[in-house]
Design a protein. Structure first.
Length: 205
Protein backbone atom coordinates (compact mmCIF):
# COMPACT_ATOMS: atom_id res chain seq x y z
CA UNK A 1 0.00 0.00 0.00
CA UNK A 2 2.85 2.40 0.83
CA UNK A 3 4.37 1.75 -2.59
CA UNK A 4 1.03 2.46 -4.31
CA UNK A 5 0.54 5.70 -2.39
CA UNK A 6 4.10 6.87 -3.07
CA UNK A 7 3.71 6.13 -6.79
CA UNK A 8 0.35 7.91 -6.95
CA UNK A 9 1.82 10.93 -5.15
CA UNK A 10 4.76 11.08 -7.55
CA UNK A 11 2.39 10.81 -10.54
CA UNK A 12 0.24 13.70 -9.29
CA UNK A 13 3.30 15.85 -8.61
CA UNK A 14 4.67 15.11 -12.09
CA UNK A 15 1.44 16.09 -13.82
CA UNK A 16 0.05 18.91 -11.71
CA UNK A 17 2.73 20.42 -9.45
CA UNK A 18 5.63 22.71 -10.28
CA UNK A 19 8.71 20.45 -10.26
CA UNK A 20 11.58 21.41 -7.96
CA UNK A 21 15.08 20.70 -9.22
CA UNK A 22 17.77 19.50 -6.84
CA UNK A 23 20.38 21.59 -8.63
CA UNK A 24 20.26 24.81 -10.66
CA UNK A 25 19.47 24.70 -14.34
CA UNK A 26 22.43 24.52 -16.74
CA UNK A 27 20.92 27.65 -18.29
CA UNK A 28 21.31 29.69 -15.10
CA UNK A 29 24.35 31.68 -16.30
CA UNK A 30 23.08 32.25 -19.84
CA UNK A 31 21.78 35.71 -20.69
CA UNK A 32 18.22 35.92 -21.97
CA UNK A 33 18.39 35.29 -25.71
CA UNK A 34 17.10 37.69 -28.33
CA UNK A 35 14.92 35.51 -30.55
CA UNK A 36 12.64 36.25 -33.45
CA UNK A 37 9.02 35.17 -33.05
CA UNK A 38 9.53 32.14 -35.28
CA UNK A 39 12.65 31.12 -33.33
CA UNK A 40 10.78 31.50 -30.04
CA UNK A 41 7.94 29.29 -31.32
CA UNK A 42 10.39 26.67 -32.53
CA UNK A 43 12.28 26.61 -29.24
CA UNK A 44 9.00 26.42 -27.34
CA UNK A 45 7.77 23.50 -29.42
CA UNK A 46 11.04 21.58 -29.05
CA UNK A 47 11.20 22.17 -25.30
CA UNK A 48 7.57 21.06 -25.00
CA UNK A 49 8.54 17.79 -26.66
CA UNK A 50 11.49 17.45 -24.27
CA UNK A 51 9.21 18.16 -21.30
CA UNK A 52 6.88 15.36 -22.49
CA UNK A 53 9.88 13.06 -22.60
CA UNK A 54 10.60 13.82 -18.96
CA UNK A 55 6.96 13.22 -18.00
CA UNK A 56 7.25 9.81 -19.67
CA UNK A 57 10.59 9.15 -17.96
CA UNK A 58 8.93 9.66 -14.57
CA UNK A 59 6.18 7.23 -15.53
CA UNK A 60 8.62 4.59 -16.75
CA UNK A 61 10.95 4.67 -13.77
CA UNK A 62 8.12 4.81 -11.22
CA UNK A 63 6.28 1.87 -12.78
CA UNK A 64 9.42 -0.23 -13.00
CA UNK A 65 10.38 0.59 -9.41
CA UNK A 66 6.88 -0.37 -8.24
CA UNK A 67 7.13 -3.85 -9.79
CA UNK A 68 10.68 -5.04 -9.11
CA UNK A 69 11.31 -7.12 -6.00
CA UNK A 70 15.02 -6.30 -6.03
CA UNK A 71 15.58 -3.52 -3.44
CA UNK A 72 18.89 -2.48 -5.02
CA UNK A 73 17.29 -2.13 -8.46
CA UNK A 74 14.34 -0.25 -6.98
CA UNK A 75 16.71 2.21 -5.31
CA UNK A 76 18.61 2.68 -8.58
CA UNK A 77 15.41 3.31 -10.55
CA UNK A 78 14.14 5.82 -8.00
CA UNK A 79 17.49 7.61 -8.04
CA UNK A 80 17.25 7.91 -11.81
CA UNK A 81 13.67 9.17 -11.45
CA UNK A 82 14.82 11.88 -9.04
CA UNK A 83 17.50 12.96 -11.52
CA UNK A 84 14.84 13.12 -14.22
CA UNK A 85 12.86 15.50 -11.98
CA UNK A 86 15.68 17.99 -12.55
CA UNK A 87 15.14 17.63 -16.29
CA UNK A 88 11.41 18.07 -15.79
CA UNK A 89 11.99 21.29 -13.85
CA UNK A 90 14.59 22.65 -16.28
CA UNK A 91 12.41 22.08 -19.34
CA UNK A 92 9.43 23.64 -17.58
CA UNK A 93 11.54 26.68 -16.74
CA UNK A 94 12.46 27.04 -20.40
CA UNK A 95 8.83 26.70 -21.48
CA UNK A 96 7.86 29.48 -19.10
CA UNK A 97 10.73 31.69 -20.25
CA UNK A 98 9.76 31.15 -23.88
CA UNK A 99 6.12 31.96 -23.21
CA UNK A 100 5.12 28.44 -24.16
CA UNK A 101 3.22 25.68 -22.32
CA UNK A 102 3.47 21.96 -21.56
CA UNK A 103 1.61 19.46 -23.72
CA UNK A 104 -2.11 19.33 -23.07
CA UNK A 105 -1.88 15.55 -23.43
CA UNK A 106 0.60 14.98 -20.59
CA UNK A 107 -1.82 12.76 -18.58
CA UNK A 108 -2.19 10.55 -21.66
CA UNK A 109 1.56 10.36 -22.23
CA UNK A 110 2.13 9.54 -18.55
CA UNK A 111 -0.50 6.79 -18.52
CA UNK A 112 0.84 5.18 -21.68
CA UNK A 113 4.45 5.22 -20.50
CA UNK A 114 3.43 3.87 -17.09
CA UNK A 115 1.60 0.95 -18.71
CA UNK A 116 4.58 0.15 -20.95
CA UNK A 117 6.96 0.29 -17.97
CA UNK A 118 4.72 -2.05 -15.99
CA UNK A 119 4.60 -4.50 -18.87
CA UNK A 120 8.36 -4.58 -19.29
CA UNK A 121 8.98 -4.88 -15.54
CA UNK A 122 6.54 -7.78 -15.16
CA UNK A 123 8.49 -9.85 -17.69
CA UNK A 124 11.77 -9.64 -15.75
CA UNK A 125 14.21 -7.19 -14.22
CA UNK A 126 16.66 -7.77 -17.07
CA UNK A 127 14.01 -6.93 -19.67
CA UNK A 128 13.02 -3.90 -17.60
CA UNK A 129 16.62 -2.71 -17.64
CA UNK A 130 16.84 -3.45 -21.35
CA UNK A 131 13.87 -1.19 -21.85
CA UNK A 132 15.71 1.54 -19.93
CA UNK A 133 18.76 1.13 -22.15
CA UNK A 134 16.81 1.39 -25.39
CA UNK A 135 14.62 4.23 -24.14
CA UNK A 136 17.60 6.29 -23.03
CA UNK A 137 19.48 5.60 -26.25
CA UNK A 138 16.55 6.80 -28.32
CA UNK A 139 16.09 9.84 -26.09
CA UNK A 140 19.77 10.71 -26.47
CA UNK A 141 19.45 10.47 -30.25
CA UNK A 142 16.34 12.63 -30.15
CA UNK A 143 18.10 15.26 -27.98
CA UNK A 144 21.00 15.32 -30.41
CA UNK A 145 18.54 16.15 -33.17
CA UNK A 146 17.13 18.98 -31.09
CA UNK A 147 20.60 20.44 -30.60
CA UNK A 148 20.82 20.67 -34.37
CA UNK A 149 17.35 22.26 -34.69
CA UNK A 150 17.33 24.73 -31.79
CA UNK A 151 18.05 28.31 -32.83
CA UNK A 152 21.79 29.04 -32.43
CA UNK A 153 20.95 32.10 -30.31
CA UNK A 154 18.90 30.13 -27.78
CA UNK A 155 21.86 29.29 -25.55
CA UNK A 156 19.74 28.54 -22.44
CA UNK A 157 17.72 25.83 -24.17
CA UNK A 158 20.83 24.41 -25.80
CA UNK A 159 22.62 24.17 -22.44
CA UNK A 160 19.67 22.34 -20.89
CA UNK A 161 19.37 19.87 -23.77
CA UNK A 162 23.11 19.18 -23.84
CA UNK A 163 23.14 18.38 -20.11
CA UNK A 164 20.06 16.18 -20.43
CA UNK A 165 21.75 14.23 -23.24
CA UNK A 166 24.75 13.48 -21.03
CA UNK A 167 22.51 12.30 -18.17
CA UNK A 168 20.38 10.06 -20.40
CA UNK A 169 23.46 8.39 -21.84
CA UNK A 170 24.72 7.76 -18.31
CA UNK A 171 21.42 6.16 -17.33
CA UNK A 172 21.67 3.82 -20.32
CA UNK A 173 25.23 2.87 -19.40
CA UNK A 174 24.25 2.19 -15.79
CA UNK A 175 21.31 0.00 -16.83
CA UNK A 176 23.56 -1.96 -19.18
CA UNK A 177 26.12 -2.50 -16.41
CA UNK A 178 23.33 -3.70 -14.10
CA UNK A 179 22.59 -6.65 -16.39
CA UNK A 180 20.12 -5.34 -18.96
CA UNK A 181 18.90 -7.75 -21.60
CA UNK A 182 19.01 -5.91 -24.91
CA UNK A 183 15.66 -5.79 -26.67
CA UNK A 184 15.14 -7.50 -30.05
CA UNK A 185 15.03 -5.39 -33.20
CA UNK A 186 11.21 -5.52 -33.64
CA UNK A 187 10.71 -4.14 -30.12
CA UNK A 188 13.22 -1.36 -30.74
CA UNK A 189 11.51 -0.40 -33.99
CA UNK A 190 8.10 -0.40 -32.30
CA UNK A 191 9.42 1.88 -29.56
CA UNK A 192 10.86 4.25 -32.16
CA UNK A 193 7.54 4.39 -34.04
CA UNK A 194 5.61 5.10 -30.84
CA UNK A 195 8.09 7.82 -29.89
CA UNK A 196 7.69 9.43 -33.31
CA UNK A 197 3.92 9.65 -32.85
CA UNK A 198 4.35 11.17 -29.40
CA UNK A 199 6.98 13.72 -30.36
CA UNK A 200 5.14 14.80 -33.51
CA UNK A 201 1.91 15.31 -31.60
CA UNK A 202 3.55 17.05 -28.62
CA UNK A 203 5.27 19.49 -30.97
CA UNK A 204 1.87 21.11 -31.51
CA UNK A 205 -0.48 19.99 -28.71
Amino acid sequence: MDQILETADAALRTLFASPKASEPSPARDCPAPSLTESERRLSGALMRVNHVGEVCAQALYLSQAAVTKDPQLRASLLTAAREEVDHLAWTRERLDALGSRPSLLNPLWFAGAFAIGLGAARISDRVSLGFVVETERQVSEHLGGHLERLPPGDAPSREVVARMKVDEERHATQALAAGAQLLPAPARLLMKAAARVMTTTAHYI
